[in-house]
Design a protein around this ligand. Sequence first.
Ligand code: PEP
Ligand code: MG
Length: 591
Amino acid sequence: MSVDHSLKETIIQGTAVSPGIAFGPVHVIARGMIAPEVYEISPDHVDYEISRFQDAIAKTKSQLSGIQKKIEDISKNQDALIFEAHLMILEDKSLINKVIDSIQNLHQNAEHAYYAVVQTYCEAIRRMNDSYLAERATDIDDVAQRVIRNFSTADDEHKSPELNPEHQHIIVAYDLTPSDTATIDRQKSLGFITEQGSVNSHTAILSRSLGIPAIVGLENAVMNIKTLTTIILDGYTGQVILNPEIATVTKYREIQRKKQLIESDLDELKERKTQTTDGRLITLSANIEFSNELKYVEKSGAAGVGLFRTEFYLLKSGEIPDENRQTRVYTEVAKGTLPHQTIIRTLDAGGDKLPAEPLTEAEPNPFLGWRGIRVSLSRVAMFKDQLKAILRASAHGNLGVMFPLISALKELLRAKDILKECMDELAAANIPFDPEIEVGMMIEVPSAALMADELGRHVDFFSIGTNDLIQYTTAVDRVNKNVSMLYKPTNPGVVRLIHMTVQAARANGIWTGVCGEMASDVSLTPLLVGLGIDEMSVGTHQLPKIKKAVRSLDYNDCKELANKALNCRFSSEIFNLSNNMAKECYNELID
Ligand code: PEP
Ligand code: MG
């Protein structure tokens, strides 16, 4: 494509959320929420109006299932699950009943009734001022848009023509919904730029899985970038270059070529061990949220699952599955990862995740509130259902179980007592389970790291949840972008707590893993290896890179580096030590 060199090259900075380079003309999407028609229906039209509503829901359901299937076919990751969440929103009974109620009693037309109920839900969620829940409100909006479009008789199918111009282009939008992202024509859409969104937004997750470079947080992009402007989108650095000069285009073409070569090399590592050049073996396992991600675990070359976050599965339908249903799912995972191990983490609801119980009132400080093991210990029957299901599944595979957010020995001992009770009850009923199942706990709270020597006497392993350990050690909310510059995995306090945990584990003859995002950062692999971490559990798409990183490092050099890090005073010093070694050993993997 041609570049108009009479225009000045300009660079704007956003946040990179999906790696890759895109080069092409912009297509700006300026869309607002579709406002539905509003009119009063006559009482004898109530049934007809309800059936229109039900038809729109049914049509939306079939479209969403179609998109889900499409994403499943093309995506290597678990991203189609986003549409499972959309289907749940669509079929939410209380929402449907409220709409029917408004049609019957307020005589509102169906689309207006639906729109009004959805708006009330979204406003309530947005008022909570919680960035995670705000993303959920966007999901609800997305589903609502589709339903409202489906009230009209015209069949819009899955494609919005506005999203799909005929030529190849880079989309610039205020925001993109997950279904917009999923239905965009991949042959023609070279990249996405949005004003809204975050690294953890669903659109960002989907663009990573579709392999489409993306940048979010580019303020006023819709106003300032015109359709057909030629740009380069740098999904590694978050830079957008408007009207690039020839030298800039050549530079980026070279970067693109090199990155493609690296990606194809990584595939070949699948069957290889995760071992440093001097023979230190690390168990490299995967993080999952749903059992149907097992195929990606296998594809990534992971040595099993180091963290199965069960809260998404348990709470997705608003009703916790009973012991038998849970047993089926855990058994599927246990069998699916053989001969490797799967570590099932018991319910970790609360905080920025799903509410511990549907419709729980918002807490003033959810991260310091009713979360993790605290919920399980105060709902013993529910906890026992989960533990028994895990134990029953352990008869069919290689399972471990671990408890989240332990902050005191008493909680661990109580959780273990309940586990023992479950074992006794299963044994009395002649139901098989693995009595040697590994029992571990997460180290996510400073009090646990400081007490690791004592806690280590009662478990078979520690898994360090750095996402929370950083948050609780540095008093920095992990999802608040106003303080995100203070959220540093290399904060010396955090590094010392990790060291303390590993030392306590070794003194007790047990192993230590890291399953937080810190383990996925190739710049920090030298530090974690040097601190003596035995296992790392990471997202399936990051796994090959981490394997390659470990395979490029020398354990003795890493140990020396970690010793230096333990004497550093600033997080930047520790980061630089680790990042410099990473650059020396595998510069090509660093974005
Ligand atoms: C962590 O805190 O690092 C962790 C892995 O748990 P989650 O992100 O689910 O809180
Ligand atoms: Mg955690």
